[in-house]
Ligand binder design. Structure first.
Ligand code: ATP
Length: 270
């Protein structure tokens, strides 16, 4: 991926199959993101104007970013990724010009998806009171609204935003023609946990004693990110035990599980 001042661009390689669970959600995203790009002629033939924005909300680590990337991959769209927190930390004016520049580049590289992580940081509700309102946030929000309204003539560009705090987002962004679709990305249920474990052990040789269904049952409060971490950690436990290990056994998963939630970078790297 190429990086220009806080924006990364590439066509992601992650596919729908790399995401466990969330079947209905994937279908909705396929229709909202993949179809208008892949079948734009059919959309204009039937007079359907494609959506301009989709807001994904839900707890951290439950695949909002990965879903956005998979949608871009499926549509073979250039994926421009911006982080709300990073934009917020920029000098006054710099964030807005980066945003305008990103929309411009997205037009040139269309079909494109512009992904905003932590959108609430820069698209927070305008409070109206000078005490609480943030000038940076307001200027940024109005730039974003202008750019999104300008998407009318731009085919093949879609804005996807992710947040853990949907109620903090300014309602102006929810008006028709802006974020038309709001999707909740839930934490994984039992079946989804099983599928996530299957995805993340796909390239791993696991022992016959490993039953991913039982692990899925025992990991009720784990997020997708934590399940991914569990699989990686189990392999590291196996290697720590024997550096020539060829399979990851049930005891390694058990040991890795007992490390949660106190997993620290030091433990992973030791
Ligand atoms: P945040 O709000 O912290 O940005 P997020 O909801 O955007 O989190 P991701 O960054 O997409 O979450 O996911 C974090 C990691 O967890 C990814 O590396 C992804 O592989 C893994 N993961 C999460 N959910 C799933 C899932 N359903 N299937 C497979 N992997 C998953």
């Amino acid at each position: 991926p190429s990086i220009t001042r806080g924006v990364t661009v590439d066509i992601p390689s992650v596919s729908w199959d790399d995401i466990g669970g969330l079947r209905d959600l994937k279908k909705k995203l396929q229709q909202a993101v993949e179809w208008p790009i892949k079948h734009s002629a059919a959309f204009s033939r039937l007079g359907i104007s494609p959506m301009r924005g989709v807001l994904l909300h839900g707890p951290p680590g439950c695949s909002k970013t990965t879903l956005a990337k998979a949608a871009a991959h499926a549509a073979q769209a250039s994926f421009f990724s911006l982080s709300g927190a990073e934009l917020y930390s920029m000098y006054v004016g710099e964030g807005e010009s980066l945003l305008r520049n990103t929309f411009l580049r997205a037009r040139l590289a269309a079909p494109s998806i512009i992904f905003f992580d932590e959108a609430d940081v820069v698209a927070a509700k305008r409070s109206g009171s000078s005490k609480n309102s943030s000038v940076v946030g307001e200027r940024f929000l109005s730039t974003l609204l202008t750019e999104m309204d300008g998407l009318e003539e731009a085919n093949g560009i879609l804005v996807l935003a992710a947040t853990n705090r949907p109620h903090a987002i300014d309602p102006a962004l929810m008006r028709p023609g802006r974020f038309d679709l709001v999707l909740y990305v839930p934490p994984p249920d039992l079946e989804a946990r099983y599928e996530i474990l299957s995805v993340h052990t796909r390239n791993m040789k696991i022992g016959d004693d490993v039953d991913l269904r039982i692990i899925a049952e025992d990991t009720e409060l784990f997020t997708g990110a934590e399940l991914e971490c569990l699989c990686r950690e189990a392999a590291i436990v196996a290697l720590r035990e024997n550096i020539s290990a060829t399979t990851v056994g049930n005891q390694h998963f058990e040991a890795a599980k007992s490390l949660r939630p106190a997993l620290t970078r030091d433990e992973i790297e030791s």
